[in-house]
Unconditional design. Structure first.
Length: 252
């Protein structure tokens, strides 16, 4: 089984750019950034429970990593960078730490490396369980109205928040709930130690108004880049800033 994806293939020998979206997004999310790299081949993936992969069910990160490997193999992608936002960033970090043949480097925007205490995990498990129940049983517009009131989205204006609510309400609540539980931060190991001893380049991006993930970035022993005029979803708030940052990384 493979994940649904959109591929834009170039004949150049440069590594592919493989983009992984955040929770409730889809393969279109990264395209305004990715399409600025016309000299690279690009693959935009729909994660399980989302977009064209909505009917794909997983039980945890190991399943997602296997699907990701299968998908890259199906496109004959032998050398690539993983570029992931939020949930997609966590998927990318997990897969990279488990071992990904052909991985040239990792770029993560606003992805959590993992909780560090059992108390934090227990609280997150309860929280994600409550959200999953709402996604399964309530109108998505109502759920996302509350979802985007969470502190991590505090930098959104009312207009930005409304646009996201309308966009994300096109999802399937049942499949979102399943993916939320399967890839809960409560079940993700703390990846800090593995990322410190990595053998691949790793760069971390976060928006200047994303206080939570700017603080997390300082804890990680990796080069991190602050994207100006942006909150948690930096590539949506300031795509040009993320394009410039990614271009600098790839030139190295």
């Amino acid at each position: 089984m493979i994940l649904h994806a959109q591929a834009n293939k170039d004949q150049a020998d440069a590594p592919w750019l493989v983009f992984l979206h955040g929770f409730s997004g889809d393969c279109r999310e990264w395209q305004p950034v990715g399409e600025q790299f016309a000299d690279c081949s690009r693959l935009y993936i729909d994660l399980p429970g989302h977009g064209g992969s909505a009917d794909i069910h997983v039980s945890g990160f190991d399943d997602v990593s296997e699907l990701l490997r299968n998908t890259l193999f199906s496109y004959n992608i032998l050398n690539y960078w993983l570029v992931g936002y939020s949930l997609g960033g966590r998927v990318a970090m997990m897969a990279a730490c488990q071992g990904m043949s052909g991985l040239c480097g990792l770029v993560v925007e606003g992805g959590h490396p993992g909780l560090q205490s059992e108390d934090e995990r227990a609280q997150r498990r309860l929280s994600d369980g409550r959200w999953a129940a709402r996604f399964r049983h309530e109108p998505l517009r109502d759920v996302f109205n509350d979802w985007y009131q969470q502190p991590v989205f505090a930098s959104l204006s009312p207009a930005q928040r409304q646009v996201l609510v309308e966009l994300r309400s096109q999802n399937n609540g049942v499949t979102l709930a399943a993916m939320l539980e399967a890839t809960s931060l409560a079940g993700q190991p703390d990846l800090r130690a593995l990322l410190t001893t990595r053998t691949f380049p790793f760069y971390y991006l976060c928006g200047e108004r994303d206080d939570k993930f700017r603080a997390l970035a300082t804890e990680m022993s990796v080069p991190n880049h602050v994207i100006p005029h942006a909150g948690h979803n930096a590539h949506r708030d300031n795509p040009a800033g993320v394009v410039d940052c990614l271009a600098q990384i790839l030139r190295r």
